[in-house]
Design a protein around this ligand. Structure first.
Ligand code: NAD
Length: 249
């Protein structure tokens, strides 16, 4: 019999699920039958997406991880949910700047969105998951959680920090059947990648990757889908690096 991933009856939250890798993850979870709540930063966009959505399993809610009050509100929303089975902390931003040129505001902004956000949301979700004796959390880190290069100090520190968080939450909550893992994307072709790189840049980067190409968002989503599914019952605290071999050369 073919192996099938069935998430019917499961409720998932995907932060930053309005575009890019997050949207692809949300699409996969929906395909597998889960009820999915996606977050995005802009209220106007959220309202529009909710009006447009024809899928009863899909809804959108506003969350700005750079705002403490928005995170407070969102955590209160999680507390009010009947249950939450899956949390994907996908939302994140990147600022490339060398240490001597980096201003403290940018440093604090990245820490707040990329690291404090996942901490707060996981805390709120795990209150429910540990009581329910079921939970799957996936934190989207990056290849810059295992290697680095000039200009990546702030981003890499948030993503390496996210691994510390992942491993510690995993050992604290394993006894409650709450499995916490990270997925670390390599260079992935999102709209942002196309708009921030020239064709030549994309070609140059692709040549540095053993598989000779960048990834599609769906290739990240497949990794997440596996980790949150019942095919995963014993993997926790791990970092699944999906990078076409980039960090191994
Ligand atoms: P993207 O810019 O296309 O999407 C980012 C998402 O995060 C958006 O939905 C946005 O609404 C949300 N977001 C941004 N700022 C936010 C804030 N202040 N509060 C709440 N949500 C906010 O990015 P992407 O490429 O799809 O990246 C998704 C994740 O994957 C990020 O954590 C990123 O660091 C990581 N990543 C991406 C790549 C890549 O090549 N694209 C590589 C490694 C890691």
């Amino acid at each position: 019999m073919a192996v099938q991933i069935d998430l019917t009856g499961k409720t998932a939250i995907v932060t930053g699920g309005t575009r890019g890798i997050g949207k692809s993850i949300a699409d996969k979870l929906l395909e597998a039958g889960a009820k999915v709540i996606c977050t995005g930063t802009k209220l106007k966009e959220i309202t529009h997406l909710n009006e447009e959505s024809t899928n009863p399993n899909l809804s959108y809610i506003q969350l700005d991880l750079s705002s403490t009050s928005s995170v407070d509100q969102f955590c209160a929303f999680i507390s009010g949910m009947d249950k939450i089975d899956i949390l994907v902390n996908n939302a994140g931003i990147n600022i490339i700047s060398e240490v001597l040129e980096t201003n403290i505001m940018d440093y604090q902004k990245l820490q707040k969105i990329n690291l404090e956000g996942p901490f707060r949301l996981s805390q709120a979700a795990a209150q429910k998951m540990t009581k329910n004796n079921y939970g799957r959390i996936v934190n989207i880190a990056s290849i810059w959680s295992v290697v680095t290069r000039p200009g990546r100090s702030v981003y890499a520190s948030t993503k390496m920090g996210l691994l510390g968080l992942t491993k510690t939450m995993s050992v604290e909550w394993a006894k409650h059947n709450v499995l916490v893992n990270a997925v670390s994307p390599g260079f992935t072709l999102t709209e942002l990648t196309y708009t921030t790189n020239t064709k030549e840049d994309l070609e140059r980067i692709s040549n540095l990757i053993p598989q000779n190409r960048m990834a599609q968002p769906e290739e990240m989503a497949n990794g997440v889908l596996f980790l949150v599914s019942d095919l995963n019952s014993y993997i926790s605290g791990q970092n699944l690096v999906i990078d076409g071999g980039y960090t191994d050369v």
